[in-house]
Design a protein around this ligand. Structure first.
Ligand code: C2E
Ligand code: MG
Ligand code: MG
Ligand code: MG
Length: 282
């Protein structure tokens, strides 16, 4: 009986693997057509000055809406796109799409804050990466200072020299650099020491526990101190409660982003958010 039970368990297990494998195959196939079929869009999540409430930036987050499969989260399809290289096309599309919205908003007379764009390691390591970015910015008549590029530590500590060169090239153009999800992976102080980073984003996992877990609290505090000591600004990501804001204020964190302030918004609602914010401050 036990053997049978195990076998049945294995069958279920195999069945699950098969299903998730099949879904991956389907998603990969469908993702290749998603751009053409205009199934992708960009949402924007506001980033606020913790003290004044002014909008200092917005993070661009890609969304995929499929006719049959419905909404597919970036957490699921970005890794697939990274694996098969589609992320490069998607990344270029995101930059163009963001530029398009920035110019629409500026034409409307809105104060557009800097827009943060997530850059995958796979895009970043391309030899032509900086040139591609430069030509898109030129082509879309953007100001490079409109953009912050968010990278993660997975960008490759083993080729530190190459990474530093590329980041410096971006900074020369006028693009700011943020390190995303800091503290989550093999984050190393070595990164902060060597990379020309303007903004440190504390990973949500530390913000989650900032009030109840002493370890999260002291780690967040230390990150803010180190970042400030090195002349960086600090963003807390995933802020969900008012008491988290209180703690972050005490710790002199600079910028907050999270569902409590706003979920990521489609472009039209992001514009409304900017409009209201303009009104509030004047
Ligand atoms: P990320 O860059 O760390 O983005 C933050 C994620 O946290 C977003 O998830 C956002 O919706 C979510 N978030 C923000 N505030 C809160 C909060 O208060 N509570 C909770 N529970 N979540 C919050 P999203 O949009 O699903 O994106 C997931 C990841 O996918 C991103 O993590 C980023 O790594 C990647 N991604 C998204 N868009 C792009 C893109 O255009 N290019 C690349 N390369 N990666 C992207
Ligand atoms: Mg990000
Ligand atoms: Mg993040
Ligand atoms: Mg994250």
């Amino acid at each position: 009986y036990e053997a049978k039970k195990t076998q049945r368990g294995l069958q279920l297990f195999n069945h699950e693997i098969n299903e998730s494998f099949q879904r991956k195959v389907v998603l990969e196939y469908e993702l290749r057509k998603a751009l053409e079929k205009k199934q992708l869009s960009v949402y924007f999540q506001p980033q606020l000055n913790i003290q004044s409430g002014a909008v200092l930036g917005m993070e661009a987050l890609v969304r995929w809406q499929h006719e049959q499969l419905g909404f597919i989260s970036p957490g699921e399809f970005i890794p697939i796109a990274e694996e098969n290289g589609l992320i490069c096309q998607i990344g270029e599309w995101v930059l163009r799409e963001v530029s398009h919205h920035i110019s629409l908003w500026q034409t409307e007379g809105l104060q557009v804050p800097s827009i943060a764009i997530n850059i995958s390691p796979r895009e970043f390591i391309n030899v032509g990466f900086v040139n591609t970015i430069q030509s898109i910015i030129k082509e879309t008549a953007m100001n490079a200072s409109n953009f912050v590029f968010e990278i993660t530590e997975s960008i490759g500590i083993d080729q530190l020299d190459g990474v530093i060169k590329k980041l410096n090239a971006l900074k020369e153009i006028g693009i700011q650099v943020a390190i995303d999800d800091f503290g989550k992976g093999y984050s190393s102080l070595n990164y902060l020491k060597h990379l020309p980073i303007d903004i440190l984003k504390i990973d949500k996992s530390f913000i989650d526990g900032i009030n109840d877990d002493v370890n999260d609290y002291v780690i967040a505090r230390a990150m803010i101190q180190v970042a400030h000591g090195m002349g960086m600004k600090v963003i807390a990501e995933g802020v969900e409660t008012a008491s988290q804001i209180e703690k972050l204020k005490q710790l002199e964190c600079d910028i907050m982003q999270g569902f409590l302030i706003s979920k990521p918004l489609p472009a039209d609602l992001a514009a409304s958010f900017l409009r209201n914010n303009d009104r509030m401050l004047h």
